[in-house]
Design a protein around this ligand. Sequence first.
Ligand code: IPE
Ligand code: IPE
Ligand code: MG
Length: 263
Amino acid sequence: MEHTLTQIKDYADLTVAELAALVDSLRLPRHMAIIMDGNGRWAARRGLPRIAGHKKGMEVVHEVVETCARLGVPALTLYAFSTENWKRPPLEVSFLMSLLTLYLRQELSLMKRENIRFSTIGRVEDLPAEARAWIEKAKTETAGNTGMVLDLALSYGGRWEIIEAAKKIAADIKSGKMEPSALDERTFSGYLDTRGMPELDLVIRTSGERRVSNFLLWQMAYAELYFTEALWPDFTQRDLLIAILDYQGRQRRFGKTSEQLGS
Ligand code: IPE
Ligand code: IPE
Ligand code: MG
């Protein structure tokens, strides 16, 4: 605890370039996920409509995606829209959907330039046709890319994902494709939307909220959690680097003792 706090105090004196130089490229999170929260509050503090916060938030997504790709993070999942977010006022929902289309239109060139492969998790079939068409286009046109996987969680819910997996497993057992005894953690993971993605190592949530809001419930089992007060539209490259450095300063014990890990 003490150690981490001291480190963060030290980080304050460092420039972005110095922070970047401190990042150990051999110990990057294999899969990083971000709960991008606080757009509405950012806008409210400026007397702006909530959608202004979402728009500014999209610019931050651009910077974070570019930085993660350049650092060499293998996979980045961004929580863009939850299954619960459908309960928001219809106008906000439709704005978010058109923003998604705008994002894909604008960012496809970044994905190509940075060798990013685009992917999604969640109930993509719930999205408006225009957004779905751009999702398909981005997936097809980046399918051969070998760099970072950029994964957008869209109409995504962790419980929904687990239930879907359970249904598919039940169907495979019923049809004789799988024996119940063959089901283990690895095969179960293979039924989730995140199948094939690396183990989730780090989850960041902005805006000071300390909850997981139905995000990557199965995958989070041993992830490191990082909470920051920064609202998503204020989240900077510097904040991102500090989160990664904080992660790299932690000892992950996976149930073992420090002594076991030290030897
Ligand atoms: C996150 O910001 C964006 C989405 C959930 C789509 P919010 O819109 O939740 O912002 P706050 O939490 O109201 O400030
Ligand atoms: C979580 O944020 C979902 C996304 C960031 C897309 P919310 O703002 O919807 O979360 P709650 O409702 O405050 O938990
Ligand atoms: Mg919120």
